[in-house]
Design a protein around this ligand. Structure first.
Ligand code: HEM
Length: 450
């Protein structure tokens, strides 16, 4: 039994696997190098609340709607998002994602306006142009890895929309640094061992920082030079108009760059995989796009995006089955009793989005791809579906990423026939997000216009 597991009168320590179960779970962990199967096995064998007892990694894991509500809303004051020793905290320093309390709330209030739905017309047009630009050289019959293509798109879109900078030219130079940084924050062997960054990581962070400080300097210079630039509504401009220091702005830019593009990459790649594996749904989605977005020479308007209801349910189902962020991570700031289990102060606590989304108590045919379940009017019980988290610290980029996914997918479906070539190989990989690996290979053919 782990050192911190104590009992009081009313609360029990979270249960753990017995040695036989533990061995089976450990084998799955070593085989798959991912927590997904071990977590599912723990839930099956131990229940919806349990504790992992690896040598240097002993979080309590909570699964289900009630747990989500407690962690995200009711008891959230008793947990902090910042875990000082985690690589993501070392990388993002004072970034929104890893701050708490008043510091977090002030940053969030500054940044929220740049990401609200009110901006959707501007963003939709930019996303549409960037998608056209980056797919222009796709040739008939080529096989493209959509995981890679979607990362390229997501990066240029994020930088173009939120920072108002042209990123396509920087891509080649910063591609590896971005991948190294993602690898650094992915839950890997640091779960068991002290986390020593590789030299490649140090060089990568240097390259990324140099770039971020440069665009920050350039934007400050533009604002000095040109009074009218102050009216721009992108996030970088807004941050420059606050009294935040350059270092704190760097932390927010890096947070948005990492949190904002890697998640969208995963959502787009998973949705293309699911559409490729279910061609009948691909055809229906394309028909809907063609009916609603009849003027192919013009970016979609917000009310047209709202009418893409089938595409909307496809995206929701992709987020349910393959949530890019599949687990939430906290630290208990005080001793707390949740769901009758005692969590000691300082303990790491996790909520599993992936397992909540596949809970047969709430989802019929939970492991099946069934976008119909999200048809208009068929609501889901609160806190059973949390792809963007929930409560006051839900995902700040949720609205933006949904506009992005709709515009990109509509564009691809209208412009190309897409044939999935490696469905059998694709498995969820737990990197910084849950990704379809090794690749989503699709043959692309430009559709002929009548
Ligand atoms: C499909 C796309 C996305 C998914 C599935 C997603 C998912 C999530 C989830 C689950 C959380 C809460 C995590 C927790 O409770 O521990 C979160 C928070 C956050 N997300 Fe996203 N996200 C997406 C896109 C984005 C984008 C586009 C941005 C930025 C432009 C972004 C920035 C953030 C930030 C900064 C937070 C922390 C918010 C806070 O603590 O106040 N995300 N996201």
């Amino acid at each position: 039994m782990c050192a911190y597991m104590t009992r009081n009168d009313s609360c029990l320590a979270p249960p753990v696997a017995n040695p036989k179960q533990g061995l089976k779970i450990l084998r799955a962990l070593l085989r798959e190098r991912s927590l997904l199967t071990p977590l599912r096995l723990m839930q099956e064998m131990v229940g919806d609340v349990f504790q992992i007892t690896l040598p240097a990694f002993q979080p309590a894991v909570l699964i289900g709607a009630q747990a989500n509500r407690l962690l995200l809303v009711q008891e959230r004051e008793k947990f902090s998002w910042r875990v000082e020793t985690d690589p993501v905290t070392k990388l993002l320093r004072r970034g929104l994602l890893v701050t708490d309390g008043a510091e977090h709330d002030a940053l969030r209030a500054l940044m929220e306006p740049a990401l609200q739905r009110g901006q959707s017309e501007t963003y939709s047009a930019r996303i549409w142009h960037i998608t056209n630009q980056l797919t222009r050289d796709w040739r008939d019959g080529q096989v493209r890895d959509m995981l890679l293509e979607m990362r390229r798109l997501a990066l240029v879109i994020l930088m173009g929309c939120l920072f108002r900078v042209e990123f396509a030219n920087e891509m080649e130079r910063l591609w590896q640094p971005i991948l190294h940084v993602l690898e650094y924050i992915s839950p890997g062997m640091w779960i068991f061992l002290p986390h020593l960054p590789r030299p490649s990581y140090r060089n990568s962070i240097r390259a990324l920082d140099a770039y971020l400080y440069r665009i920050l300097r350039e934007r400050r210079a533009e604002l000095e030079r040109d009074e009218s630039a102050r009216a721009q509504t992108d996030l970088l401009t807004r941050l420059c108009l606050t009294d935040l220091s350059d270092d704190v702005i760097r932390d927010q830019l890096l947070t948005m760059l990492i949190a904002g593009h890697d998640t969208s990459t995963a959502l787009l790649a998973w949705t293309l995989y699911l559409l490729g594996a279910h061609p009948e749904w691909m055809a229906r989605a394309r028909d809907e796009c063609n009916a609603v977005l009849d003027d192919l020479s013009h970016p979609p308007r917000p009310e047209q995006l709202n009418r893409l209801v089938l595409l909307d349910s496809l995206l929701k189902e992709a987020l349910r089955l393959c949530p890019p962020i599949h687990i939430g991570n906290r630290r208990a700031t005080e001793k707390v009793c949740v769901l009758d289990y005692e969590i000691p102060q300082e303990a790491r606590v996790m909520y599993s989005i992936y397992l909540a989304h596949r809970d047969p108590k709430y989802w019929r045919d939970a492991n099946e791809f069934c976008p119909e379940r999200f048809r208009e009017g068929t609501g889901v019980p609160p806190f059973t579906y949390v792809p963007f988290g929930g409560g006051p610290r839900n995902c700040i980029g949720a609205a933006f990423s949904q506009i992005e996914a709709k515009v990109v997918l509509a564009r691809l479906l209208q412009e190309f026939d897409l044939e999935l070539l490696n469905a059998q190989q694709i498995k969820p990989h737990m990197g910084a997000t849950l990704e379809p690996r090794p690749a989503v290979k699709m043959r692309v053919t430009r559709r002929t216009r009548l």
